[in-house]
Every structure is written in structure tokens, then in C-alpha cells.
Design a protein around this ligand. Structure first.
Ligand code: GAL
Length: 428
């Protein structure tokens, strides 16, 4: 018999909502087995309007498939800014949730290395999941040939959300062919005309680390980006220096209250006409739609200038704990729910992301998401640093700290030196 895990939410800021189990027929939650639980506690950082709505889609399907109770242990804070710490506390205390959100690639690799998550290869074999996803993603949910996580979506990080009226009124026409140079010169033009060219909401640091990440990709391309993490390129190169200088220049032109705003507030401010654009992953699409803004009229979008050939991937996946919890059947039902093609369609429609399954029909998807899904299936996929995917957590943290310092001192040279040192440590 496995040890019972405490179910008290010890961490501050946790939003815990209990949902009564549907008294569905065919319940198979194992509630009659002594010592077994028929509750499933799922940990994530999905608490904005669209994020909670999307999570509800998963919850509803899980409840109807299992007849079990769903405990929403989401911790607020964009990009998992507070959730990471809360989760670490629980994992270190031997009190893991039944399932938790993480990113594929290195974020997953670190919990695999620490022996915290279960091998779910048999579920992949049984359901043939690996054949339904792009090869790049299959590799990112594997470690030494075994599968450890089930992905539910593919977000694109390199999207610039725009205000069509403001751009038109200022004679600016950004397209997917717009270069990074043109974008910077247009930003300057807007600023001189008294318009904030780019809104930022970096109360949670990922918004600024992600902005800089996409500026760097715009200057070095997919190979150059990957090179920063495998030794093929250097942080203290002229191209990265240019991107960091552009970033500092944009900071000088952004909204003064940026460090007080969350990512979703900044995205909505574009639609409200407070600025011309906002760089944010396409979770912003879900949020804009949930607030009633219509694409093309209420807001527009282009890939971040210079990055149209790249899909800067931020994936959401779920894992189950290495040691059997009190509800193994619930855990498996939950993970299976995530890969259900209908669920992937319904969830991603609300979340703003792309189904990670490439066999999900796209006819119900609106134009932005159709385009993103097509790009996901055809462009070069790179993995995000801002979201702890492309490099281990310590390196992602070193980058976040360097960006925070840069936001304060605006010192490009110091930033480049710090990152060059971090890169040497990473590559050994
Ligand atoms: C990302 C996550 C997205 C979205 C975003 C903002 O890390 O992959 O699903 O939730 O944070 O919170």
C-alpha cells in the first residue's frame, strides 16, 4: 500500500476550488477500494479568465470520464512565477499533487533526473500517441527513450499582437515579412508621434525575458538560437548585442507602469488602444477572445519581426508522480483525457494554442489558430528559454536575473558578459 499524501494546500496564494464529482454512470474511480482515493488534484498556473476556462474544459471531460472529484490546485502568477516555488515546496516535502503542469524539454528533464515523475511509456504504446505528434515534440517529452509527460498544446511565443487602428492611423503596415530593423524604426516613429509602440506587462518577469528572447531569435534565426545552448553560437556576438540594444531601446518607449501590469492586462491594453503592440505568447489570443475582442478589427497579429520562419514553442504538459499516489486510476484517466482529439480541439480553441496532435481537424478553428497550427506543422520549432524549456532551470534563472538587472541598469555590456559566463558554465 502506498503512503497517503497530504491534501492540504500549504502554500500561500493557492486558489483551490473543489468541484463536486459528477455522479456519472460507469464510475470507475476505485472509491470502493479501501485506501484508494476518488479525487484528483491537478496543479497548474492557469488562473487568468481564458486559462481557467480552458482548464474547465479538461476538468469537465475528466469528471465525465471518471466520475471522480477534480481538485483545482492552480496557483496564480503568469508563466508559473509563483507556482514554481509552491510546487518545489510540495515536491521536496514528499507531497506531490496527483498531476502537475510543466513544460516539455529541459523543464521535464529536470524532474525526470530527480526521479520525481512516472514513466508513462506504456500509455504511449497503448494509444499510439507518438505517431500523432511532430517528431521534435516527441523528443521533448522523452528521456532516454522513455516517455514522461503528456502534452496538451503548443503555444507560440513569437507573436506580436497589434492595434490595427493605431497602425493604420500612423501609416504602418507590419506583416510577416517585416524585418527587425523596420520594426525598430517604426517603433521610433510611433514613439515620436506620441504613441506607445509596445505595451509591456512584466510584473512576472517572463514577459520581459520572452520579449528579449524573440528579439534575439529575430536577429540570429533558429540555428543561431539553438547554437546559444549547444555551443554553436555566442551570447556576446554582434547579433545578440543588437537584439539586447533594441530591447533597451524599446524599454525606453514602453508604458511606464510595465512592472505593475500582468501579461493579460498588457495584452488587453493593446486592444483598448493604449499602445500599438504587445509581444506575448498566443495565450494572449485566448485572453483577447475571452474578453470579446475580435481578430482583425479589435486586434491584429504578426509574427515578431524577423521570426516568421520560426515557431518559438511553449508547450504545456502534465505528469504524474513517480510513486504511485492514492488515485493511480484517476491519474491515468486524466492523462488519457489530455490526448483525446476532441478535448485537444475544445481546450485549444479556448486557450489560444495549437493542438499538439497533428490529426485534430482545424475547420472549427478561427484564422489566427489555423495559421498557427499550419506553422506548427511546417516551420522550424525552437524551444523557449523564458519558459525554462531550452536550457535547465538554473540557466533560465540566470537569464531571468540578468534581464531583471538589465531592466534596471540598461547596461547591455554587463548583460552580455553575464550571459557569456552563464553560457560557459552551461556548456562546461
Ligand atoms: C506559460 C504557459 C501558458 C500560459 C502562460 C501565461 O508558461 O505555457 O499556458 O499559461 O504561461 O500564464
Amino acid at each position: 500500500m502506498t503512503a497517503k499524501r497530504k491534501r492540504t494546500t500549504l502554500f500561500a496564494g493557492a486558489l483551490v476550488a473543489l468541484s463536486l464529482a459528477a455522479t456519472a454512470c460507469g464510475s470507475s474511480g476505485g472509491s470502493s477500494d479501501a485506501g484508494k482515493s476518488n479525487k484528483l488534484e491537478v496543479f497548474s498556473w492557469w488562473t487568468s479568465g481564458s486559462e481557467s476556462d480552458a482548464l474547465k474544459v479538461l476538468q469537465t471531460k475528466f469528471q465525465s470520464d471518471s466520475g471522480q472529484q477534480f481538485i483545482n490546485a492552480a496557483v496564480s502568477g503568469g508563466g508559473g512565477s509563483n507556482a514554481q516555488q509552491a510546487l518545489q515546496t510540495r515536491l521536496q516535502g514528499g507531497n506531490p499533487p496527483d498531476s502537475w503542469q510543466l513544460h516539455p524539454d529541459k523543464d521535464l528533464a529536470s524532474v525526470v533526473k530527480d526521479g520525481l515523475v512516472a514513466d508513462v511509456s506504456s500509455m504511449y504504446e497503448k494509444n499510439g500517441w507518438a505517431d500523432k505528434m511532430p517528431k521534435t515534440i516527441v523528443e521533448m517529452v522523452q528521456n532516454d527513450g522513455k516517455f514522461y509527460a503528456v502534452p496538451v498544446n503548443a503555444h507560440r511565443a513569437n507573436v506580436l499582437w497589434t492595434n490595427p487602428k493605431i497602425l493604420k492611423a500612423n501609416g504602418i503596415n507590419w506583416t510577416n515579412s517585416t524585418t527587425a530593423e523596420q520594426f525598430m524604426s517604426d517603433a521610433q516613429k510611433l514613439s515620436s508621434a506620441g504613441v506607445t509602440p509596445i505595451c509591456l506587462g512584466d510584473k512576472d518577469v517572463f514577459a520581459s525575458t520572452q520579449l528579449l528572447e524573440t528579439l534575439i531569435i529575430g536577429r540570429v534565426g533558429a540555428d543561431g538560437w539553438n547554437g546559444l545552448f549547444n555551443g554553436g553560437a555566442k551570447f556576446d556576438s554582434p547579433e545578440v548585442k543588437q537584439a539586447v540594444s533594441d530591447y533597451v531601446q524599446l524599454l525606453g518607449m514602453t508604458n511606464k507602469d510595465h512592472s505593475a501590469l500582468t501579461w493579460d492586462q498588457a495584452a488587453i491594453n493593446v486592444a483598448k488602444g493604449q499602445c500599438a503592440s504587445n509581444l506575448m505568447g498566443d495565450w494572449a489570443y485566448g485572453e483577447l477572445k475571452s474578453k470579446g475582442y475580435k481578430e482583425n478589427t479589435g486586434f491584429g497579429y504578426v509574427t515578431m519581426p524577423g521570426t516568421s520562419d520560426v515557431f518559438d514553442f511553449v508547450g504545456d504538459a502534465f505528469v504524474k508522480p513517480a510513486k504511485d499516489g492514492p488515485n493511480p486510476q484517476g491519474e491515468d484517466t486524466w492523462l488519457t483525457t489530455l490526448m483525446d482529439p476532441r478535448v485537444q480541439a475544445d481546450f485549444n480553441l479556448v486557450k489560444g494554442s495549437t493542438p499538439v496532435r497533428t490529426d485534430v481537424p482545424l475547420d472549427k478553428f478561427p484564422p489566427y489558430q489555423k495559421q498557427a497550427a499550419t506553422d506548427f506543422r511546417s516551420k522550424t520549432i525552437v524551444s523557449s528559454l523564458a519558459h525554462r524549456e531550452v536550457a535547465p532551470a538554473e540557466f533560465a534563472q540566470a537569464y531571468a536575473d540578468a534581464v531583471t538587472a538589465l531592466n534596471g541598469d540598461k547596461n547591455v555590456g554587463t548583460f552580455l558578459r553575464t550571459m557569456a559566463d552563464a553560457q560557459s558554465n552551461l556548456l562546461g
